[in-house]
Design a protein around this ligand. Structure first.
Ligand code: HAM
Length: 417
């Protein structure tokens, strides 16, 4: 019996990978414009990093982490998200000592043991960005403008940016108490998860998708109405900047996010085209996170996009793989070795070229040239070889001309440019 891949973990095959490359290359290009540099962290971290940052009473930490003991009995976890790892690296390498402001982006696989469905996988990929060290609401606006610039650049539209503010350690505890009292009166209507967690993480009930919980919390108090004056002013200024910049958004006071590190501005970019998994990107501020992980008291804000979801939204438009410039169709040992040498010389010049390595008939080789959609087929048969020429056929225009073998490399190089 053959071995299959692991459920919820996908292969990305040629034909689809071109879309991935396009999404990744555009991220590098757009993020660089805004002064972000790439950071790469390991796919595995100490389990404690995620427990402390994401929070013990979250779905991710409670149920979704791939946690193992390594051979030295250390508990390690495949990263379920990128922010915690980036902050760990920022602190560990004392990056703040050179510059307390850091703008970093990352691309890579993340792992969550969720029930797989369309748009939700166990290994998935994020493209994320984090801006560390700036309190000013202008950075919140910059992050959101960069995200919307990126989504425009990759041609994904009909999206909605939803904003909320989750307050800070000044105003959230009082709100939390109020919500707790509200939920206690409705405990019997809540789902098992929300009941169990209501004391540790009452805000999660607002985000629960179970219809009974949605109904029971429809008139729950909203954090947005209970922000302290400093959070309120900050959030107003974020919104003011977005309005100045013409970036549309809606307020979603029920958005609480599934990770505990958030403070103040939080956001999600949602689509109506992906069913239940409607968040294409999400993020927010995490002003206390760096300090809680043992670093200096620096604020931060960022987002991550789910690449699989971006790919699903782009699936109508296939991004074509680059076509070979030349296919060498040769017959006979001498012609084959001439063709092979030329192909290698062109490839070294960065010109995409192919040939047949299986000794097929000329007809079969021509069929393969057509299948690969080569721009030109260079035919060197016994007759051409005897006359010291090659036949170069333009596959799009269906025209052909003879070129002397001695000039072939030069002529083909010119044709390719
Ligand atoms: P998150 O909301 O957990 O936030 O994930 C961000 C995005 O990753 C989601 O909006 C979704 O597009 C994608 N995603 C999450 N889980 C899956 C899955 N199982 N399958 C496919 N795609 C998925 C974070 O991870 C935060 N670290 C974002 C952030 C960065 N906040 C501040 N900085």
């Amino acid at each position: 019996m053959s071995i299959t891949g692991i459920k919820g973990m996908n292969d990305i095959l040629p034909g689809e990978v071109e879309t991935w490359q396009f999404l990744e290359e555009t991220a590098r290009r757009v993020f660089r414009t805004y002064g972000f540099a790439e950071i790469r962290t390991p796919a595995v971290e100490k389990t404690e990093l995620f427990c402390r940052s994401i929070g013990e009473a979250t779905d991710i930490v409670e149920k979704e982490m791939y946690t193992f003991r390594d051979k030295s009995e250390n508990s390690i976890t495949l990263r379920p998200e990128g922010t915690a790892s980036v902050m760990r690296a920022f602190i560990e390498h004392k990056m703040y000592a050179q510059d307390p402001v850091a703008k970093l982006y990352y691309l890579g696989p993340m792992f969550r043991y969720e029930r797989p469905q369309k748009g939700r996988y166990r290994q998935f990929h994020q493209i994320g960005a984090e801006a560390i060290g700036v309190d000013d609401p202008r950075i919140d606006a910059q992050i959101l403008v960069m995200l919307s610039h990126y989504l425009d650049a990759v041609g994904i539209d009909e999206l909605e940016l939803q904003l909320n503010s989750l307050g800070c350690p000044e105003c959230r505890p009082a709100y939390r108490e109020q919500l707790l009292v509200f939920l206690e009166r409705r405990l019997e209507s809540l789902c098992e998860d929300c009941r169990r967690r209501h004391a540790a993480n009452p805000l999660r009930s607002l985000d629960c998708k179970v219809p009974g919980c949605r109904e029971a919390t429809a008139d729950a108090p909203a954090m947005l109405d209970r922000l302290c004056s400093s959070c309120d002013e900050h959030f107003n200024r974020v919104q003011g900047r977005l309005q100045d910049l013409g970036t549309p958004y809606t307020l979603n006071p029920r958005m609480v996010r599934g990770l505990d590190y958030y403070t103040k501005t939080t956001f999600e970019v949602v689509t109506g085209k992906l069913g239940a998994q409607n968040a294409v990107a999400a993020g927010g501020r995490y002003d206390g996170l760096i300090r809680s992980l043992g670093g200096p008291p620096l604020p931060g804000i960022g987002f991550a996009m789910g690449v699989e979801r971006l790919v699903l939204l782009k699936s109508q438009e296939r991004i074509a793989a680059p076509r070979p410039d030349f296919f060498f169709a040769a017959l006979g040992e001498q012609a084959e070795s001439r063709a092979f040498g030329l192909m290698c010389a062109l490839q070294r010049k960065g010109i995409q070229a192919e040939t047949d390595l299986e000794g097929k008939s000329l007809k079969a080789q021509m069929r393969r040239a057509g299948k690969l959609q080569a721009r030109f087929t260079v035919i060197i048969g016994e007759d051409e070889l005897a006359r010291g020429v090659a036949m170069v056929r333009d596959m799009d225009g269906a025209t052909q001309k003879e070129i002397p073998l001695a000039e072939l490399e030069e002529s083909l190089t010119a044709l390719a440019s």
